[in-house]
Design a protein around this ligand. Structure first.
Ligand code: FAD
Length: 411
């Protein structure tokens, strides 16, 4: 560990960009080089399915830092360049253009790639995915008012695209294979709130339906479902999750599970290599070091801080409670924690009022909270999770009392 080590970061995304900045903030003075295969400086992806897609935020607003920052901080960024292999013994990486770069510490921040749908016709024109700026520009171009959009996948990205497209004046159908929306990542109460919200906004939601094929001439015109139904469309977006981009890590023999296995500092099975952000499979101290792969900005930022501190030899920062947000229409969702061990749910507020929170409890401890248009519940829930304090479920559900007072009532 040293402040003058040479650090190579693969991936100029949210985690990679944040790490470079964190290293400098933590006093690192050695060379830092970020290699990114996209044409852009590190940028934030959340607006790609929201404000940027709708045209209410421009490209400049996406970048984490302006170009001058990297110059001032002596951070070299090689955009549009791909790392093709890692030589652990020689402590070097080779780029697709043949360049070799040596490192003292290597940080893998390659993120995740959209999961592809292996259905006949999946290669037709106008079947799009959304991960980066270029995808968003293609999608923006395709989302013309009056067109018909089929969204395959009722997860957060699919639903955000559906909401943005509806606001842009398209006719939108969401097709979800599971029996309900957000099946893996939200409670039934929250999922049914979203289903109603989208229906009110004129989106057709089809659940429990698998795609059997895409049909059309050159471009897609129909999504055929396994039950024989057909969804006519001009554009389709496939948003069925993302897979960690861990091929380089696997090829050089790093331990991998659901992504690159790391410890609480973001360090992989090779002490000179860290892995952070969407591609890492990390322990969550708040849940007894349970291993998890998180796809969220707060996770990328937390792991960037952890790795930066480890590289410069500073103590590990205090663990954060995992959290996430999603914006659809005027519905602002904030989620803290993960309901791994929850045995019951407590509803506070009501879906009809569009302001509620679903608290997930394990006994009398809050392990997660889904707060819809309710930042106070988000803050209270996050604090409950971090402190592990016992709460009163009855008090939590009581809207005449403040959520944060539920802990006092239990004491
Ligand atoms: P990325 O930001 O994906 O960066 C990885 C970079 O590495 C990419 O540029 C990739 O091209 C590059 N790369 C990969 N392989 C190589 C290689 N071999 N050589 C060079 N470069 C390489 N999170 C939230 O918390 N809230 C939200 O509302 C939210 N909305 C989202 C909306 C969209 C449309 C998307 C796509 C994501 C959203 N997320 C959201 C998730 C969040 O953006 C990610 O968790 C975050 O970007 C992860 O950062 P990362 O650096 O791990 O990966």
């Amino acid at each position: 560990m040293s402040i003058d080590s040479k650090v190579i970061i693969i991936g100029a995304g949210h985690a990679g960009g944040a790490l470079a900045a964190q290293l400098r903030e933590q006093g690192h003075v050695g060379p830092i080089c970020i290699v990114g295969d996209e044409a852009y400086l590190p940028y934030q992806r959340p607006p790609l399915s929201k404000a940027f897609l709708k045209g209410t935020a421009d490209k400049a607003s996406l970048f984490l830092k302006n170009p001058a920052y990297y110059e001032e901080k002596s951070i070299e960024i090689r955009t549009g360049q791909t790392v093709s292999s890692i030589d652990r013994a020689g402590r070097s990486v080779t780029l697709a253009n043949g360049d070799t770069l040596h490192y003292d510490f290597l940080v893998l921040a390659m993120g995740a790639a959209p999961r592809l749908l292996a259905a006949p016709g999946a290669g037709l024109d106008n079947i799009l995915v959304l991960r980066g700026i270029d995808d968003a520009l293609r999608l923006q171009q395709a989302l013309q008012p009056g067109r018909r959009l089929a969204v395959v996948g009722g997860g957060y990205i699919g639903l955000e695209v559906a909401a943005s497209a509806r606001q842009l004046g398209l006719h939108v159908t969401v097709i979800e294979r599971e029996a309900r929306l957000l099946a893996r990542v939200a409670s039934e109460s929250l999922a049914s709130f979203y289903e109603n919200l989208h229906a009110e906004q004129g989106v057709q939601v089809i659940c429990g339906a698998d795609v059997s094929a895409f049909e059309g001439g050159r471009a897609v015109s129909t999504v055929r479902l396994e039950d024989g139904r057909r969804v006519e469309c001009d554009v389709a977006v496939v948003g069925i999750g993302a897979v960690p981009r861990d091929a380089l890590a696997r090829a050089c023999g790093l331990e991998c599970g659901n992504g690159v296995v790391v410890d609480g500092d973001g360090r992989s099975s090779d002490p000179a290599i860290f892995a952070i952000g969407d591609l890492s499979w990390r322990p969550l101290p708040v849940y007894g070091d349970r291993m998890c792969r998180l796809e969220s900005v707060p996770n990328a930022l937390e792991q960037a801080r952890q790795a930066a501190c480890a590289i410069v030899g500073k103590p590990r920062p205090a663990a954060d409670v995992p959290w996430f947000w999603s914006d659809q229409y005027d519905a602002k969702l904030q989620i803290a924690g993960l309901p791994f061990t929850a045995d019951r749910q407590v509803m506070r507020g009501s879906a009809e009022l569009r302001k509620f929170a679903v608290y997930h409890l394990d006994g009398d401890r809050v392990v997660a909270v889904e707060a819809m248009n309710s930042p106070l519940d988000f803050v209270a829930g996050k604090q409950f999770i971090a402190s592990g304090v016992a709460v009163s479920a009855a008090r939590l559900a009581d809207m005449s009392a403040k959520a944060k007072d539920a802990a006092l009532a239990a004491a």
